[in-house]
Design a protein. Structure first.
Length: 277
């Protein structure tokens, strides 16, 4: 698929989406990059580490987050998007579920929208994406974690998002799916969503996995957000083996290297899956 000016071979490779939170309160790095000079230094470092595309968020969506006004979110993300696009050709994704913010981000140069509500929160979002012709990532989310058939309902929920996109005029080649680790799921469900994210590829769309430093990893390792790198890397390995096209991460260099190594071994792993009976 094409995002911005860059073509991505989503069937053959797992790409690294670097996270830039220009917020004062994100769970892992809040307050570190919410000045333009600091944000640009961080983008430069992530590009040097091999980042393939950039995700910029202006509102924390950590558990228990408080929604901020559109104008405040726009004031955080739009100047940074504009500054990044003025300096580099990297594709830029805006992490928002609000149509007005997405519209302002596109005007500033954004190439993609990452919507944690899969176009279901704001009725204007699908039209904004369709009219701009940009790509979108539709994440699984819902108001509760009560499931009868977890995977079946997760898949059905995501296809509802796809239907919204199609009705608005968003073409299939502009859609990415995300199982939504950390959103409307208990620990076991989060682990399953992370481990089996690649199954969503059967729906016919590239898959993005976003687990970086999340509480799912913290619960397993019993480590704070800044000490969850190894857990994140384990999920990236499974993302590669499962055929996911993108991983959304804070630690670009380490994830880039583990993807490179896993992809080198993947053909032999597939051949030997039955080894040992």
């Amino acid at each position: 698929m094409k995002i911005g000016a860059k073509h991505f071979d989503t069937a053959a490779h797992t790409y690294v989406m670097g996270i830039l939170n220009v917020t004062p309160d994100s769970f892992s790095d809040g307050g570190q990059w919410n000045r333009i000079d600091a944000a640009l230094r961080h983008v430069d470092a992530m590009l040097a580490a091999g980042m393939d595309l950039l995700d910029i968020g202006g509102e924390s969506t950590r558990p228990g987050y408080e929604k901020i006004p559109d104008e405040e979110e726009i004031s955080r993300v739009a100047p940074v998007i504009h500054a990044v696009k003025a300096r580099w050709e990297v594709p830029v994704c805006v992490d928002t579920y609000k149509g007005a913010v997405a519209r302002a981000a596109v005007e500033a140069g954004a190439d993609m929208v990452n919507d944690i509500w899969g176009l279901k929160h704001d009725g204007d979002m699908a039209a904004v994406v369709a009219q701009s012709g940009i790509a979108c990532c539709l994440m699984h989310n819902r108001d509760n974690a009560a499931y009868g058939d977890f995977w079946g309902e997760l898949t059905a929920d995501l296809m509802q998002s796809v239907d919204i996109a199609r009705r608005a005029g968003i073409s299939d080649d502009k859609i990415i799916l995300d199982p939504g680790v950390g959103f409307a799921k208990n620990q076991a469900q989060n682990l399953q969503a992370a481990a089996q994210a690649g199954r969503l590829g059967a729906l016919g769309f590239p898959v993005l996995l976003g687990t970086s430093r999340k509480s799912m990893i913290g619960q397993v390792l019993q480590r704070p957000a800044g000490e969850r790198l190894e857990g994140t890397l384990a999920t990236s390995v499974l993302a590669v083996l499962g055929g996911c096209a993108f991983v959304r991460v804070h630690d670009v260099a380490e994830n880039k290297r583990i993807i490179q190594m896993t992809e080198a071994m993947r053909p032999f792993w597939k051949e030997g899956r039955g080894y040992g009976g």
